[in-house]
Design a protein. Structure first.
Length: 402
């Protein structure tokens, strides 16, 4: 019998990534029986480990599991892509023509990479000694390129605008530089780190520490600069200084480029997009994670237009807020939970050292380990990044327990 063209669920969650699965698990544990997760991918990824894959410190196979294994029991998995949402009609339109209706909607579709926004980049990634750790299939290529580079210029770039894990573009530069130093070839390699911002990091205290890390490796840093063109066969990249308007051509031996990022196109075109976001991210109250126009809609994760970094650690704090406030809305009560903007960025500074930056909307440090100086590169923090956080993710966070 063919599937009905229209079906209803009490809660529809768009996105089966970190945010969507975490909220679904919490709602199921709270007794919500009719939850549907719309997610087309058959694979679920732990993306925070991709930096270590690119740096040769983890295997890509350790970052992926079948989507069916992480889907919470009792949840209806709709393995289709979404093409549109109508918040007034309370409908979600799927790529196969079906429509879902809902009482409550949770938007967590993640964001999209836009390599086509930089001429030549899409054609170059994965070949011509160019790669990115922001893609499962390409992160191993980064490690290959690092090992093959014995001289010349190594270029690491970050695009303007909000991206997921804003520290990752420079973490791979430090991992590479540490490897080259251990191989006694760093002195033969010119390492250039391109940042679109005036500072190293949004939180100034950790930013100053990172400035010293980069200087210790002899890394040249281009602030207020970003990649605007790539000629892969010629191994040539063009940089733009946004303050002076000057362009600089770099002939590279290897390139690690982070593509520009935005909300998925259909999200940016929807009524739920924040009119103040040029990248199409979703409008949401920054404290309740509720849509200000449609109180039965919530959003979290990378796609939400929140004034904090887009990280898995942020989602870990956002998921219980969304679950608690949605459950209250089911009872006709005001939202009881508030999100303070907490986020965390494990900043890998060497092949076995890490800083742990944790802060809130006000950029005030929010340490999880107050007796430990996490502004100093530490081996125990690297162990947390490599082994502790992945275990927490697979065995607790996706089950709604952390």
């Amino acid at each position: 019998m063919p599937a009905p063209l229209r079906s209803h669920h009490e809660v529809v969650i768009v996105g089966g990534g970190t945010a969507g699965i975490s909220v679904a698990a919490r709602l199921r544990r709270a007794g919500v029986s009719d939850v549907a997760v719309v997610e087309p991918s058959q694979r679920h990824f732990y993306q925070p480990l991709w930096t270590l894959v690119g740096g040769g410190r983890a295997d890509a196979a350790q970052t992926v599991r079948p989507q069916a294994r992480v889907m919470p029991k009792g949840v209806t998995w709709v393995a289709e892509r979404v093409t549109a949402v109508d918040p007034d009609a309370r409908t979600v339109v799927l790529g196969n023509g079906r429509t879902l209706t809902y009482d409550f909607l949770v938007m967590a579709p993640g964001l999209q990479l836009n390599p086509d926004a930089i001429p030549g980049l899409a054609e170059t990634l994965g070949r011509d000694e160019a790669s990115t750790n922001y893609h499962f299939d390409l992160a191993p290529r980064t490690w290959h390129n690092i090992r093959q580079t014995r001289g010349g210029t190594a270029l690491f770039t970050m695009p303007p605008g909000p991206i997921k894990c804003a520290g990752a573009p420079q973490k791979i530069a430090y991992l590479a530089a540490d490897w080259w130093r251990r191989q006694d070839v760093l002195h033969d390699i010119r390492v250039i780190l391109v940042l679109p911002t005036a500072a190293f990091f949004s939180q100034p205290q950790w930013g100053e520490v990172l400035r010293g890390i980069a200087a210790g490796y002899g890394i040249e840093v281009r602030h207020n600069t970003h990649l605007v063109d790539v000629d892969g066969p010629a191994h040539r990249a063009t940089l733009l200084d946004t303050k002076s308007g000057a362009k600089e051509e770099i002939h590279y031996a290897m390139l690690h480029a982070v593509p520009p990022q935005s909300a998925p196109d259909w999200v940016a075109a929807s009524p739920l997009a924040d009119p103040d976001s040029p990248f199409g991210y979703l409008q949401v109250d920054q404290y309740t994670l509720r849509n200000p126009r449609w109180p039965n809609i919530f959003a979290l994760g990378d796609v939400a237009n929140l004034p904090t970094s887009k990280t898995a650690a942020a989602i870990r704090r956002q998921a219980p807020i969304v679950a608690a406030n949605l459950l209250a809305a089911r009872r006709g009560e005001p939202p009881p939970a508030r999100y303070d903007g907490y986020t965390s960025c494990p900043l890998t500074t060497a092949r076995n050292r890490m800083l742990l930056a944790e802060f809130d909307y006000d950029l005030t440090p929010q340490p999880s380990f107050p007796l430990i100086d996490t502004m100093r590169p530490r081996y125990d923090m690297w162990l947390l990044k490599r082994y502790g956080l992945p275990a927490l993710y697979w065995h607790a966070m996706l089950h709604g327990r952390a």
